[in-house]
Design a protein around this ligand. Sequence first.
Ligand code: MV4
Length: 498
Amino acid sequence: MFHKILIANRGEIAVRIIRACREIGIKSASIYSDADKTSLHARLADESYHIGNSPAYDSYLNKEKIIKLAKEIEADAIHPGYGFFSENAVFIKSLEENKITFIGPSSKSVSLMGSKTEARKLMEKNNVPIVPGTTEAIKSVHDGIKISEEIGYPVLLKASAGGGGKGMRKISSKDEFESAFEATKREALKSFANDDIYIEKYIENPRHIEVQVFGDKHGNYVHIFERECSIQRRHQKIIEEAPSSFVDDITRDKITLAAVNAAKACGYFNAGTVEFLMDSKKNFYFLEMNTRLQVEHPVTELITGLDLVKEQISVAAGNKLSFSQSDLKINGQALECRIYAEDPSNNFLPSTGAIIQYVPPSGPGIRVDSGFDKGSEITVHYDPLISKLICWADNRQNAIDRMHRALSEYVIGGLVTNISFLKTVIRDPSFRKGEIDINFLNDGFMSNLINMEEQKNIKEIEKVSAIFAAIIKTKSSIGSLRIGQKKSSNNWQEQMYE
Ligand code: MV4
């Protein structure tokens, strides 16, 4: 087993990993940037190291600094969390060369899945249904039009090196093809330094269903059921659930088998997620594989009783999977709401500043994974995710009621958050019935928001709080200066902010 794990991440996921390390009895080391001196992860780890300035390229995305630090402090493994270096094959290769274990898949699996056309080819060969379309890059406008006619409009042009919704364009007819083709190619080149693009049939109003998979370094594979992630806005997920209320037992058997086949096809080990689109007839199609631990992993943990981060660490250390497929069953229903520092009544503009009041919900069936608490500051430098509120109940209706109750308890003062917006979604009759797809939060829902007025009132209250925050900050300088130093032991209990 490892002696010390360096956590190359921040916020709630860094805290999540620190907790797993502490329970196993492995030393945790965190890194933090200037902007994160007040973040929980900088306080909770056994050791904390200031890594650089606030911009990610100088801190959480500075490969040289991170590897140098890992060597200096004799960390034998690095957990990347999600985002940052988690799906960076070059970073993983460097760790392999430096004999530091990457807590995640091989660089080979990551590169394979990084190319969407390669991934589609591989899936097709391994009985994983893909969206009808091409598995090679389109060479010319002429070829593209011919293929699109065969598939039938509308089609989607996608960048081969893209993913997560970047570099996509819908084409509804032949007349649109040429200009869309050129524009998508230009964007792909600019964003991914690779202008290969391919074509898929456009699936109307699908759901986003993903399957959690896990492999060890001995060739064992399991799936850990599905998650429903259709409630998203501009490719940012907002509410996730496990299991999906749309997936029946027979569909579940099929989609989870396809996901395990996907993992086997790329020789995958550690935690991974296979994303699918599911249409209204429950046909499902492979979209992409995320070669990392995902933000929404807690809903899977709550319905299975597993600790996915501990399992990641164990498998990375070379152990066999600690459970087999037949050990797993779905128990009840879990929901997750992502709590963002953003303003729903102002086009979801990120909101920054200090958290001056912080009262998380608790009670039966509630889990809060937070990266921040009272005194923490949310800055412009990173994603505005404050925390994740996750709940469990015996069935979906009770889980929805419980989530609503917990959202009502949650107090975050000093910033505008999306909490009241989340309550509006959770209360929505269609959501309660499970009538959701990836377009749920599009214009229809937003223009029907009778509660936008309520949101505005809350915003006023929060503005006043922000003014108080500013006053308190100048008076007492929130954020202890003791944070900036290396800590030889875990002394977070002694650190008081006020
Ligand atoms: C699609 C699609 C419809 N048809 N592909 C967006 C993210 C990227 N992973 C793939 N995406 C989509 N691909 C076909 N052939 C619709 C989307 C899509 C989407 C997918 C999952 C979750 C949210 C989404 C929001 C908009 C579009």
